[in-house]
Design a protein around this ligand. Structure first.
Ligand SMILES: C[S@@+](CC[C@H](N)C(=O)[O-])C[C@H]1O[C@@H](n2cnc3c(N)ncnc32)[C@H](O)[C@@H]1O
Length: 301
């Protein structure tokens, strides 16, 4: 937080969005008519779950940034493991993870549910190495929140943790019409704006700060040159904010922005290249026809 708020321009890591309220808001955003990625990725998963499971043939499914595990259920519903099987949802939002894991235990009594609470950008050393073949999943286009070099490094780290025969299912949003993209991050109900502003409430609570949420506004737009949505909070006035836990005063001028998220929109070729550079072999590439979005399955051979 100190680094980001004293940088120029100011920037915050998107992982800070996801306290209990942020996670709930994100889940609600997924249901808005404008936020096509959830709908489209769900359609791909529903249509191809049996094929993905047949190709990966997993004994375990380990999901990074699992959130509400809603789309994951589309795979879990069709998963018929031959022996002991474990689903390992990994998320930074401990509150969300706890309640989701409790629900999943009831819904899937034949599966062991092993929730992993933590920050996956802090390294995957503590991720258990479950017995048998593992399907790693990173869906929801969360990889789009990473800068290009960070994304490649993270995919390489995952590939490095995978054993031979393991698979990796990656869900990534693709470049498309600017108006469709911008609508998705500016829903009419204002849920994305609330989600964006909620990060200031997180800072207020966690670092005893005095951000006034009504003195900042939500801004999201597509940056064509970098093929990414950028989400910002814009200061409505000249103002100062004090973060007691850091003993830090941050000055904002009117119109100054904090960049809170990037959401990159990929080309299919660059996804394949990233996976192959990490030493994986792409076995299936599924692209939604009306709203370009990719689900890519790769294995470690
Ligand atoms: C864009 S949401 C996607 C959620 C879900 N996978 C989906 O497709 O709907 C990103 C998820 O990743 C989690 N997350 C974000 N940063 C994280 C981090 N550094 N470590 C672990 N989880 C993280 C968030 O809590 C959230 O549940």
């Amino acid at each position: 937080m100190r680094q980001g708020l004293t940088a120029s321009p100011k920037v915050l890591h998107p992982k800070y969005f996801y306290d209990e309220r942020g996670s709930t808001l994100f889940d609600q955003i997924c249901d808005t008519p404008e936020y096509y990625p959830t709908r489209v990725e769900s359609e791909l998963l529903s249509a191809h779950a049996a094929e993905i499971l047949a190709l990966a043939s997993p004994d375990n499914i380990l999901e990074l940034g699992s959130g509400a595990s809603r789309k994951s259920r589309l795979l879990l519903d069709r998963w018929q493991p031959s022996g002991d099987a474990t689903y390992l949802p990994f998320d930074v939002s401990e509150e969300m993870l706890g309640s989701v894991a409790a629900d999943l235990e009831k819904e899937y009594p034949h599966l062991a549910i092993h929730g992993l609470a933590g920050d996956y950008t802090a390294g995957l050393d503590h991720v258990p190495d479950p017995l048998g073949r593992t399907l790693w999943m990173f869906i929801g286009s969360t990889l789009g929140n990473f800068e290009p070099a960070e994304a490649s490094a993270f995919v390489s780290e995952i590939a490095g943790r995978m054993d031979r025969g393991d698979s990796f299912l990656l869900g990534t949003d693709l470049h498309k019409d600017e108006a469709v993209l911008e609508r998705a991050y500016n829903d009419a109900q204002g849920l994305t704006a609330d989600f964006n502003l909620n990060v200031l409430a997180v800072i207020n609570r966690e670092l005893q700060a005095n951000f006034q949420l009504d003195r900042f506004s939500h801004l999201a737009y597509y940056c064509e040159g970098r093929r990414r949505i950028e989400m910002h909070l814009v200061s409505e006035a000249d103002q100062q904010v004090y973060l007691e836990a850091l003993d830090l005063t941050v000055a904002f001028s009117a119109g100054e922005r904090i960049r809170t998220e990037i959401s990159r929109k990929f080309l299919t070729g660059e996804i394949r290249e990233m996976l192959e550079d990490a030493g994986l072999t792409v076995t299936r590439s599924l692209v939604h026809e009306s709203f370009p979005f990719a689900l890519t399955l790769a294995t470690k051979t």
